[in-house]
Write a protein that binds this ligand. Structure first.
Ligand SMILES: [Zn+2]
Length: 469
């Protein structure tokens, strides 16, 4: 199968020019002006953007959490991603307490088997380390293509690890070339505040935010940064939501430390007042860290513009409002934490980032495609358009109007974080390794087309696979 994409505006993190892209045997093999080569399909992309497939390094599909399981499994979550122009994501394996990483890895691979619609990798969420067992096993994961360790500094009594586990994981990462990722919140302090709020009879969704003040995020972010410095490991702070955690990351980067951070689409648009919506509707925006006071939104736009934060992910962790979120109707601490978002990152960042003049098109590509690929060992196979790279390509119509809604999205969730938002600009054709995944409103590819990708170690390139001659 070969495809010639003609006359599009080709955008990477660095480039912006009109040209033709020829795709054959899963990869981009030729880029030029007025290419005259025979192809099985010719796509007229004049007036359209030709973007690298987006990479989402932070999603949770088919994950047991908060007494239930996320509503999107690998298939529905990845279909949702594909329609939003995301062709590769990195999900989290969660180590059940006491289990080996090998067992956890097998379990999550079997959830994905045969159902993959886009390419994917895994991070390992470490919940428990034992000398003479999982501590040593942890070091073997990067050689299996799992090159990042995630630790939760919050969710006490569930996923949270203590500082010893965090620090020892960082020491292993410093040896093995893995990247350490942290969910940075002070789980002990939050646990006290949650118990006190409930004892005082405060049960509504807004108390989710009031018991997780921004200082608890700032404190944990700074703690993780300082410990990573001592251990000598690189660090990536996930879902940065507020000034209190942007500031320590800015200081660390200013000092030249190996510290990186992401925010997620929703933090630019959803603020604390959404949690106050009546009739339990506020529960739709119960995710962690919580929606913050509105002034943080400008802080985050500035941070992604100036590379204090290098990635925008989705933290897609979808639940039903009716039936799952409602488990916490009488107790905010029982509302499953998370929201859907995998489908609308490119829509929202193009509309409110690029069209409203906050970031350039090149910076958008960098934040959604290139930087996540580089930080997570997928570049240059993913995250750019170049000869030899996987032909993961989005032909994006910058004039197409689209109204974001749960009525038309592809997640199984019964609501959308951005319901009713009108955007101009939407993916028109999405290719995965040169195969048509989405064409207009239609999913063309069948589940099973996606693959598990063994990622390179931190700072190393993932070379294109050589197709046997
Ligand atoms: Zn997450």
């Amino acid at each position: 199968m070969s495809i010639l994409i003609k006359g599009g505006r080709i955008l990477t993190a660095a480039d912006d020019y009109v040209g033709d892209v020829f795709v054959e045997d899963e990869r981009v093999t030729l880029i030029g002006e007025s290419l005259d080569v025979p192809a099985d399909r010719v796509v007229d992309a004049s007036g359209k953007y030709v973007l690298p497939g987006c990479v989402d390094p932070h999603t949770h599909l088919d994950m047991p959490f908060g007494g239930t399981v996320t509503i999107d499994d690998v298939e529905s979550g990845q279909i949702s991603a594909a329609f939003g122009g995301t062709t590769c994501h990195v999900d989290f394996i969660i180590q059940p307490k006491g289990a080996t990483f090998a067992d956890a890895f097998d379990e999550w691979m079997s959830k994905a088997e045969g159902r993959q619609v886009i390419d994917m990798g895994y991070h390992m969420a470490v919940t428990d380390l034992k000398d003479g067992g999982t501590l040593e096993e942890l070091a073997t994961l990067p050689d299996q293509g799992v090159t990042s360790y995630k630790l939760f500094m919050a969710y006490k009594g569930a996923l949270m690890v203590d500082d010893e586990t965090l620090f020892r994981t960082m020491q292993v990462a410093a040896e093995t070339g893995a990247l350490v990722m942290v969910h940075a919140e002070n789980g002990d302090a939050i646990d006290v505040l949650v118990r006190q709020a409930l004892a005082a009879g405060h049960t509504e969704p807004k108390y989710h935010a009031l018991t997780r003040p921004p200082e608890t995020e700032g404190e944990a972010t700074n703690r993780a940064i300082q410990l990573a410095r001592v251990a000598g490991s690189p660090l990536y702070v996930v879902h940065v939501s507020c000034r209190e955690s942007v500031e320590p990351i800015a200081r660390a980067r200013d000092a030249g430390w190996n510290i990186h951070g992401e925010t997620c689409t929703q933090y630019f648009f959803v603020d604390y007042t959404f949690l106050e919506r009546p009739n339990f509707e506020g529960a739709k925006w119960v995710y962690t860290p919580p929606p913050r006071a509105k002034h943080n939104q400008d802080v985050l736009w500035n941070a992604v513009r100036t590379d204090i934060l290098s990635v925008i992910s989705t933290d897609h962790c979808a639940f039903l409002w009716d039936g799952q979120k409602t488990m916490g109707r009488d107790d905010f601490s029982k509302i499953p934490n998370g929201g859907p978002g995998l489908e609308n990152r490119l829509h929202m960042i193009h509309e409110f980032g690029v069209r409203q003049g906050r970031i350039s098109l090149n910076r958008m590509v960098e934040l959604l495609c290139t930087n996540p690929a580089k930080l997570f060992g997928l570049y240059p196979r993913k995250g750019t358009i170049a000869v030899g790279s996987d032909a993961d390509i989005v032909v994006f119509d910058p004039k197409k109007r689209h109204t974001i809604s749960a009525a038309t999205h592809h997640s199984k969730s019964d609501y959308n974080l951005f319901e009713g938002t009108e955007v101009t600009g939407s993916p028109e054709l999405v290719l995965l390794r040169g195969q048509v995944l989405v064409d207009g409103d239609e999913l063309v590819a069948k589940p099973g087309i996606g693959r598990f990708v063994q990622r390179a170690k931190f700072g190393e390139e993932l070379k294109p696979e050589r197709v046997p001659a």
